[in-house]
Design a protein around this ligand. Structure first.
Ligand SMILES: *[C@@H]1O[C@H](CO)[C@@H](O)[C@H](O)[C@H]1NC(C)=O
Ligand SMILES: *[C@@H]1O[C@H](CO)[C@@H](O)[C@H](O)[C@H]1NC(C)=O
Ligand SMILES: *[C@@H]1O[C@H](CO)[C@@H](O)[C@H](O)[C@H]1NC(C)=O
Ligand SMILES: *[C@@H]1O[C@H](CO)[C@@H](O)[C@H](O)[C@H]1NC(C)=O
Ligand SMILES: *[C@@H]1O[C@H](CO)[C@@H](O)[C@H](O)[C@H]1NC(C)=O
Ligand SMILES: *[C@@H]1O[C@H](CO)[C@@H](O)[C@H](O)[C@H]1NC(C)=O
Ligand SMILES: *[C@@H]1O[C@H](CO)[C@@H](O)[C@H](O)[C@H]1NC(C)=O
Ligand SMILES: *[C@@H]1O[C@H](CO)[C@@H](O)[C@H](O)[C@H]1NC(C)=O
Ligand SMILES: *[C@@H]1O[C@H](CO)[C@@H](O)[C@H](O)[C@H]1NC(C)=O
Length: 739
């Protein structure tokens, strides 16, 4: 593939890209995340008013939440890179949650959003918007953007070609709600700032995560493994934010697990297990508010989850029920595709609920028992680093280097949380002549230099050598560190495996504790932060070349390079020299050659003699608690609803007999509702709304409403009009009620 060419018209470009898309999507891109840990140290710290001790001066703190849900239709969901998995409704909404701390001198912002990963493009657009709004208050160095790694959010917010191909391009209507939602969560936090206190506590959650590449983990040195009881990190770390009266205003936590309880067959936008944990905690603390509303903000952030699955029943061959091959996660009949991990629930909804509930329960317990107040100065350090060009002196005689980005064969195998479509298997250290030949013919052969640099990875895509129509992978990455009292947050631009994360935490702790100002530090890893660069394994795990190693794009010494660059930041913090850190090479902000393969949504049609919002399939007259109500409406394409933030496609309403009014009790953000959008033939579509009646639902008369927009042609002019539909009224009675 030649470098940038602009001779050809858009249609030629699109046609070429469409061909590439077919190749790429069949070859499949699978993407993933991370969370954190620490140490114990008990010093119960009752909230007290600010005393004369200057160290006890409160911080200024603010918390904020904003809807960042994008168009819930047609756009591929970001994560499994399954081209069939396009958005078709809403399971739960996506939110950005922001936390601001200010010590009078320095301000830090931590944001975690219900999104697959923060892309470089998303971060750059957010920083530009913050600059316009706030001047220099919120900047590259003091704003950390992290993602929960849900695999069920709309894609399309990337500027590098590989990700654009798996997203159907750079999709303006998809990135805009993310940028606006993230900025709004910071606005809300900025507007809520007041004196307050922050506490840390930590505990173990043992039943909610499983290592999905134990074979890679076992390749780490035995004496290193012996220091740890588990092959994944089980620690939950919680920061509690209170005002000066001791009233809680927010909670920020980290736990290392992939947000992939919802599997690749789900097509509804969903915040997955970590989003469900937020939902439960916020419902506790904002009992009178609908989901997504109320002042208390509870965030569950990702960490070193690279090899950590929530599907704790483990992988099995779905055709036989027998265990998969341990080394390559394939099945004797059916290969990689049929080796699927699941559990702990009977289906993905129940699994999401159980894992989310476990994490919530542990965090709530820790929140109620804060161990230690965070006090003292805040520090931030940030640099841009050319990750293709880092050399690390590993001993007196040897210097090793990072490589131009490339993905290995096992990348296309996917994982037991979501397999590739083709016959790739994990653990491949030899290429497959069949696929290599196709690759060479279409994309070009990897250079010998890149092959040697990535050894023993057999290269499938030499993305660092592909720059048409834009580079396929980033070269410049963000490394960032913030320190709040005894907690250091390391913002990692990808998915570190368990052991990689442990090594990084140790390195940062060691470097900071070499100074007397930092004792008993808790170092947490904030995963999927700032720019997405796939995985980061240890050198030893890399040798095995399972999915995570094949997706370690800067080569076998990627982790060594991060250890060095993060140590460098930590040293600058310890020596109070962060202002002297050069910013490093700024990442590009591409203005040309971004492409979109998403056509505008066509006009909607409806059955003869019907209107949008008409009920096609009615509710029953009566239900019991625990039943599921379902109603089908004539619908328009949800993409015609434009910016859907802070709106709802669904309400469940209860009748108030005293006032003869209807009160909204659930929306499409509620766990209990499911909004499925079903595209039929001839541009017709239906919305199916389900309400899973919870056991505690009050008896009474209810109805379900659906809101949407339909596009119709008035002559040659498209006209978009809102519509709404309403079900018949139905009764809900207790499940113990018998006739
Ligand atoms: C941010 O908060 C400060 C007060 O802390 C206020 O002066 C400013 O107007 C706020 N900015 C925005 C954009 O809301
Ligand atoms: C996976 O490994 C087993 C041996 O452990 C081997 O028999 C099998 O052929 C491998 N499967 C694939 C698809 O490479
Ligand atoms: C996804 O989960 C559903 C149950 O909710 C199950 O039927 C299906 O087989 C799973 N698919 C995959 C690929 O894990
Ligand atoms: C990164 O480093 C490589 C190797 O030195 C160089 O070719 C490339 O231009 C650099 N990239 C940027 C964006 O500076
Ligand atoms: C330095 O590291 C290399 C690569 O691991 C190793 O081969 C070599 O023996 C080491 N040299 C010394 C002096 O430790
Ligand atoms: C994958 O499929 C192709 C085409 O069917 C075949 O030539 C190739 O040998 C297969 N590779 C493996 C590892 O089975
Ligand atoms: C790589 O090296 C081999 C042997 O040295 C040579 O035949 C081949 O052409 C080289 N390939 C490329 C892409 O440079
Ligand atoms: C539409 O409704 C009218 C009046 O009720 C009726 O005469 C006509 O047959 C209906 N058309 C269809 C296609 O159902
Ligand atoms: C819409 O729902 C009706 C009634 O359930 C069904 O007959 C029809 O096939 C559905 N149409 C589409 C486009 O899904």
């Amino acid at each position: 593939m030649a470098s940038r060419k602009r001779c050809c018209g858009v249609s030629v470009l699109e046609a070429t890209l469409a061909v590439l898309l077919v190749v790429m999507t069949t070859v499949c891109v699978t993407l993933i995340i991370l969370m954190a840990t620490g140490k114990t140290h008990t010093d119960p710290e009752p909230t007290r008013p600010p005393g004369p001790d200057p160290e006890r001066r409160p911080y200024l703190i603010g918390v904020g939440r904003a809807d960042c849900t994008g168009p819930p239709a047609d756009i591929p969901l970001m994560g499994y890179a399954n081209p069939q998995q396009t958005a078709a409704g809403i399971h739960t909404r996506l939110y950005s949650r922001a936390f601001i701390i200010d010590d009078g001198q320095q301000r830090v912002v931590f944001v975690t959003a219900d999104v697959g990963m923060i892309s470089q493009r998303l971060r750059l657009e957010v920083l530009q918007a913050l600059e316009v709004k706030y001047g220099g208050v919120y900047r590259r160095d003091n704003v950390v953007l992290s993602a929960t790694h849900t695999h069920c959010g709309p894609a399309g917010y990337f500027q590098y070609t590989l990700f654009m191909l798996s997203s159907k391009g750079y999709i303006k209507s998809s990135i805009q709600p993310l940028v606006n939602g993230i900025v709004k969560s910071i606005d809300v936090a900025n507007g809520s700032m007041r004196p307050g206190r922050v506490y840390v506590s930590r505990g173990q959650l043992e039943d909610s995560s499983l290592n999905r590449s134990p074979h890679s983990y076992l390749n780490n040195p035995q004496d290193e493994r012996r220091r740890y009881k588990w092959n994944t990190d089980k620690q939950v770390t919680v920061l509690k934010f209170t005002d000066l009266d001791g009233d809680g205003i927010g909670m920020l936590s980290w736990f290392a697990v992939h947000a992939v309880s919802m599997n690749s067959t789900n097509r509804m936008v969903s915040s997955d297990n970590l989003g469900h944990a937020s939902y439960l905690m916020e419902r506790d603390k904002n009992p009178r508010d609908l989901p997504g509303q109320g002042g208390f903000v509870a965030a569950f952030s990702s960490s070193n989850l690279g090899d950590v699955s929530p599907n704790i029943n483990g992988p099995r061959c779905v055709n036989t029920g027998r265990p998969c091959d341990y080394l390559n996660s394939s099945c004797p009949v059916g290969g990689t595709k049929l080796c699927v991990a699941s559990g702990p629930g009977d289906d993905m909804f129940e699994s999401t609920k159980i894992i989310g509930h476990n994490i919530y329960r542990k965090a709530k317990e820790l929140y109620a028992n804060p161990e230690e107040e965070l006090i003292g100065r805040l520090y931030v350090a940030h640099q841009w680093v050319n990750m293709t060009d880092v050399s690390v002196k590993i001993n007196d005689t040897h210097t090793v280097r990072t490589c131009k980005p490339a993905l290995g064969h096992s990348f296309a195998a996917g994982t037991t949380d979501g397999g590739g479509e083709l016959n790739f298997t994990q653990g491949a250290v030899e290429g497959d002549p069949f696929w290599d030949a196709i690759r060479d013919a279409i994309l070009g052969e990897p250079s010998n230099e890149t092959r040697a640099c990535h050894h023993p990875k057999p290269i499938l895509f030499s993305t660092g050598e592909m720059s048409w129509p834009l580079p396929w992978h980033p070269e410049i990455v963000d490394v960032q560190l913030m320190v709040v009292g005894s907690v250091a947050v390391v913002a990692v631009p990808g998915e570190m495996t368990t052991m990689a994360g442990r090594r990084l935490r140790d390195a940062v702790r060691q470097e900071l504790q070499a100074g007397s100002a930092f004792r008993d530090l808790e170092v947490v890893i904030a995963g999927l932060s700032n720019v997405y660069t796939h995985y980061i394994t240890t050198y030893e795990e890399y040798q095995v070349q399972r999915y995570e190693g094949a997706s370690t794009i800067y080569g076998p010494h990627t982790l060594s390079a991060y250890l060095q660059t993060f140590r460098h930041l930590a040293r600058a913090v310890r020596q109070d020299q962060v202002l002297a850190l050069p910013p490093g090479p700024a990442p590009p902000f591409f203005k040309e050659n971004l492409f979109s393969l998403m056509a505008a949504a066509p006009a909607d049609r409806k059955p003869a003699n019907s209107s949008f919002g008409d009920v096609l399939q009615q509710v029953n007259p009566a239900y019991r608690q625990g039943d599921t109500v379902s109603v089908v409406f004539v619908a328009g394409n949800p993409r015609h609803s434009g910016d859907v933030r802070d709106k709802t496609f669904v309400t469940v309403e209860i009748h108030d007999n005293r006032t003869d009014t209807w009160e909204v009790v659930y929306t499409d953000a509620s766990w209990e509702t499911r909004f499925h959008w079903l595209k039929g033939p001839a541009q017709q579509s239906n919305s199916t709304v389900e309400w899973h009646i919870p056991p505690g639902a009050p008896s009474g008369s209810y109805r379900i409403k659906h809101y949407g927009h339909a596009k119709q042609m008035k002559g040659f002019r498209p006209v978009i009009t809102p519509y709404e539909g309403v079900s018949q009224v139905f009764r809900v009675s207790p499940s113990f009620y018998y006739h």
